[in-house]
Design a protein around this ligand. Structure first.
Ligand code: B1M
Length: 228
């Protein structure tokens, strides 16, 4: 039963179907529940919201990426799927976030310069908030200068950087180097993540940690917090 609704959420993200009004990429799906209705139904049935994120939304976006690579999907198709994930996360956020928990620390999050992919960063943001962190999201395509200025002003305990493109992951190193030049590197722990990054890349550019996914990111943030 749980597997069935997760599979339907996944298929509807791939079809870019926000709600029952949408036809879907393959057409002919009007009046069937879309992502919004299915996510709410899953929550009402008691499905773990983390499962919806990992097995439903994230898995679906991997398939969307494969379809883009295979030239079956184009940018508008990727965007339609991305928008359904954004809407699903709006519904899931209150279920993933605990309220009334004292802040464990302050985190600044950004997708780096030149990179518009913000879904993963948004998920990490919501999960960190749910784990009790105060998180300020600087957005996507954020240059090193803006990040340095925010670190100086906000004095976060941690800085989270996300990149989805092999061409933009270099901006993570630029950002860390800019923090060092500004004399701020020792004041903030830096964790990176995003599909092209790795634990080795994190070490190479002088980051303090690497998160493979949003839940792993929280564990790494906890470890960094306890170590400092
Ligand atoms: Co683009 N895109 N895209 N795209 N896109 C990829 C990344 C790509 C792999 C698709 C493909 O070809 N298979 C490919 C990159 C290839 C490469 O670099 N080698 C690609 C490309 C080429 C492009 C363009 C260049 C296409 C073009 O214009 N020709 C262009 C670039 C625009 C730009 O950024 N300047 C582009 C544009 C877009 C859209 C705007 C249409 C849209 C983004 C919409 C948005 O984000 N608001 C889009 C999308 C949707 C994708 C795919 C299909 C899905 C990305 C996603 O949201 N995944 C993607 C294919 C793929 O990833 N397989 C693709 C779901 C998300 C939950 O996962 O972001 O990995 P992810 O986040 C995970 C983990 O990585 C981790 O936790 C998250 C949750 O578990 N994580 C962190 C992420 N950040 C973290 C930070 C942390 C810790 C963990 O600590 C701080």
């Amino acid at each position: 039963m749980t597997n069935d609704i997760i599979e339907r959420i996944k298929q509807n993200v791939i079809q870019g179907r926000m709600d029952k009004e949408d036809e879907g990429f393959n057409g002919g799906m009007v009046s069937q529940p879309g992502v919004k209705e299915l996510v709410q139904q899953a929550l009402d049935e008691g499905v773990d919201p983390r499962r919806i994120v990992v097995a439903g939304l994230t898995e679906a976006m991997k398939i969307v990426g494969d379809k883009f690579e295979a030239k079956e999907y184009f940018i508008p198709d990727m965007l339609a799927s991305a928008e359904t994930v954004g809407a699903a996360m709006d519904i899931l956020a209150p279920y993933l976030a605990k309220s009334g928990v004292a802040s464990k620390g302050k985190v600044l999050m950004a997708t780096v310069k030149g990179d518009l992919h913000d879904i993963g960063k948004n998920i990490v943001t919501i999960i960190l908030k749910g784990a009790g962190y105060e998180v300020k999201d600087l957005g996507a395509d954020v240059g090193p200068e803006a990040i340095v200025a925010s670190v100086r002003e906000e004095k976060p305990d941690l800085l989270g950087l996300s990149a989805l493109l092999t061409t933009t992951m270099v901006a993570m190193k630029e950002t860390i180097d800019s923090l060092a030049q500004a004399g701020l590197r020792d004041r903030v722990k830096v964790i990176i993540g995003g599909a092209p990054t790795s634990v080795e890349f994190a070490a190479e550019i002088g980051a303090d940690g690497y998160g493979a996914d949003a839940f792993h990111a929280v564990r790494v943030v906890e470890e960094l917090r306890q170590a400092s």
